[in-house]
Design a protein around this ligand. Structure first.
Ligand code: SAH
Length: 344
């Protein structure tokens, strides 16, 4: 069976060429052709005929397909993307000034079953392969170039779509290596952020295997019992343990661990909760992203009033912790955080 071209990082591709007695310079030509120039048809330009033939016989260049696009009034675009086995995931392009951030999915559904998350209600169907993660980027980038050529700039990547990225570590890692590679898209290491619910086995591999990339923890409560209710894997990998490992991540100047804090009315949004979070994170190289809960069909949780969100922010700032309120984008098309669900 043919494997996808989009499955391999630069080193792996070079090795494949080498093992098949093909010129290794083909790897940089191919990365340039597919990732920098963003061509999707097989490369014929400057590439040795023997390599072209090898690729034709052993690789496929198929991509998932966009089957639906929802464009929000704030220019957020949500794509429904179908893989070759018919399963679907969502990818979101989020505008910021005239640049875009892409929010990638890493699994079909999710095994974490967080009580506030729409994706979690789906359960885990399967992991995405590297080429399906990379494919989301390529498809969205091509769409942007065609539909909005004036502001076609995709330079930030967040792994914050459907799924728990650290639960699908190998595929996520290779996709990051592809995005970072200087022969291809050459995305800056600090322009990539991976968000985790606190999946410890992945965190244990982080420092050695994905150095320099930003990490975000979905904190949501600093109180273990409350966090257990929101994020069930906290029972297995408690916050205290997770923080120990996060503290070991070497950070550059002006690099931070991002703590995402979902604010749910009358559950984790009190002054007491804010002080507990301030105490827990004070002194750390941390940024807190406050995310007012985004409702979805069937949820019992509610979003707090803005004034409560601002009060929470003020308390955190009194601990010298920068706390940003994440503006909700795309909520009119259910594209905001936690609203991605391919079942409906
Ligand atoms: N599994 C990873 C990646 C998903 S990121 C993680 O948990 O971090 C998606 C972000 O949106 C997470 O911070 C998640 O907690 C948040 N989120 C989930 N449901 C939400 C909702 N209904 N409203 C607002 N944010 C939500």
């Amino acid at each position: 069976m043919k494997t996808s071209f989009y499955q391999y990082n630069f080193k792996e591709l070079t090795k494949i060429l080498e093992e098949n007695d093909l010129s290794v310079s083909g790897a940089s030509l191919l990365f340039n052709w597919h990732y920098k120039q963003k061509n999707i048809e097989p490369c014929t330009h400057n590439l040795a005929l023997a390599t072209q033939e090898y690729l034709r016989e052993n690789f496929n260049f198929e991509l998932p397909i966009i089957i639906d696009v929802h464009e929000s009034s704030d220019h957020t675009a949500k794509f429904l993307i179908q893989m070759s086995d018919g399963l679907k995931v969502e990818t979101v392009l989020i505008p910021f000034q005239n640049k875009y951030t892409i929010c990638l999915s890493t699994q079909v559904g999710c095994a974490m079953k967080c009580s506030f998350c729409f994706t979690g209600t789906q359960g885990l169907k399967r992991h995405l392969a590297t080429h399906e993660i990379v494919g989301q980027f390529i498809l969205a980038d091509r769409w942007l170039k065609k539909q909005r050529p004036a502001d076609h700039q995709l330079k930030n990547i967040v792994y914050m779509g459907q799924g728990e990225p650290l639960h699908n570590f190998d595929a996520v890692k290779t996709s990051i290596e592809i995005f970072l590679d200087q022969h291809g898209t050459s995305i800056g290491v600090q322009k990539i952020t991976v968000s985790t619910a606190g999946y410890l086995p992945g965190l244990l591999r982080w420092n050695n295997e994905i150095p320099g990339v930003n990490i975000a923890l979905s904190l949501h409560s600093s109180i273990e019992e409350k966090r257990n209710k929101l994020i069930p894997i906290n029972q297995r990998y408690p916050l205290e343990e997770i923080l120990k490992y996060l503290d070991l991540i070497p950070l550059k100047r002006k690099q931070y661990v991002i703590y995402e804090y979902l604010l749910i009315k009358n559950f984790n949004d009190s002054d007491f909760d804010a002080h507990a979070t301030g105490e827990l994170l004070k002194g750390k190289q941390a940024i807190i992203n406050l995310i007012p809960f985004n409702p979805f069909p069937g949820t019992e949780y509610e979003r707090p009033e803005n004034i409560r969100v601002e009060a929470f922010q003020k308390i955190l700032e009194s601990y010298k912790l920068p706390a940003l309120i994440r503006g909700t984008k795309g909520d009119d098309i259910l594209a905001a955080c936690g609203q991605l669900n391919t079942k409906i």
